[in-house]
Design a protein around this ligand. Structure first.
Ligand code: 15L
Length: 266
């Protein structure tokens, strides 16, 4: 974390018990200890470890009332919760659509300055692998899941235009401890670079932005100039995180197996 950056003082993280949620939570607990933020609220439907000085709320973020309670008193929300893979509408509608919509309304009502939204590359997964796209690429979801992420991005755009709430939509590629497929040479983001992107979203000046969640991936089909313009400076390269055996499948579409799977399956 850059000591010179000015962080929003009170931060809520949804999906804090998930893979990325835990990485972000640890980063912000450190910021809290160092006095760079003054309040941290973590929420998830799964149990969260108790940490002194941190507000932990175990709840399911689907209803309006819950969203309003969670957003109260916060300056920034890092919205990571939701189903992270393809699913049926019965599950995706409450977790990925309703929850996100209610949270944005709650942010407006409580004067939250910004929302960092965990979008996904699957919002644009039906672009072919030989076409380079940047932040201005229109959504081309490869799955119902990808469509829920495109919805979140458009929600952010609408509210950024009509309310004071800023939106930072991260089309996350493959954010994991290791890269395990040839596709990851294009899509991989290390945890440290993900945190650099989070710091950019928390501190940069913008109203509505789309950025890609990737490391310093030479030749990626995602041109991340927009993230760099806002201050994101990734330090890692996927090849340094490659773990054998490497899956060798050649995909037609940027979304990989999500794009090739029949609707509703991944
Ligand atoms: C995603 O959006 C998923 O949440 C994650 O599990 C990976 O599949 C990733 O995309 C990817 O495209 O590699």
């Amino acid at each position: 974390m850059d000591e010179g950056m000015q962080y929003p003082q009170a931060i809520l993280v949804t999906g804090a018990a998930g893979n990325l949620g835990r990485v972000v939570s640890d980063h912000l607990i450190e910021a809290l200890r160092a006095g760079r933020i003054s309040r941290l609220r973590l929420t998830d439907m799964q149990p969260l470890a108790e940490v002194e000085g941190v507000e932990t709320i175990q709840t399911q973020l689907t209803g309006r009332e819950v969203a309003f309670d969670l957003a109260e008193g916060m300056d920034a929300i890092i919205h990571l919760s939701g189903i992270p893979v393809e699913g049926e509408w019965d599950a995706l509608i409450p977790s990925n659509l309703a929850a996100t919509a209610h949270l944005w309304d709650a942010a407006v009502a409580h004067g939250v300055d910004r929302i960092l939204f965990a979008s996904s590359n699957h919002a644009v997964g039906l672009y072919p692998v030989d076409e380079a796209i940047d932040h201005s690429a229109a959504p081309r979801p490869d799955s119902r899941y990808g469509l829920t992420k495109a919805f979140g991005e458009q929600l952010g755009a609408l509210y950024a235009a009509k309310t004071p709430v800023r939106a930072f939509c991260m089309r996350i590629g493959t954010c994991a401890a290791a890269a395990t497929a040839r596709r990851h040479l294009q899509t991989y983001q290390s945890f440290d670079d993900f945190l650099r992107l989070i710091d950019t979203g928390l501190t940069a000046d913008y109203r509505f932005e789309i950025v890609y969640g990737i490391s310093d991936n030479e030749g990626s089909f995602w041109d991340n100039t927009n993230a760099r313009r806002l201050g994101y400076a990734p330090q890692d390269k996927p090849a340094d995180f490659m773990k054998e055996p490497v899956e060798q499948t050649d995909y037609r579409f940027q979304g990989g197996n999500f794009a090739d799977a029949p609707l509703g399956k991944s």
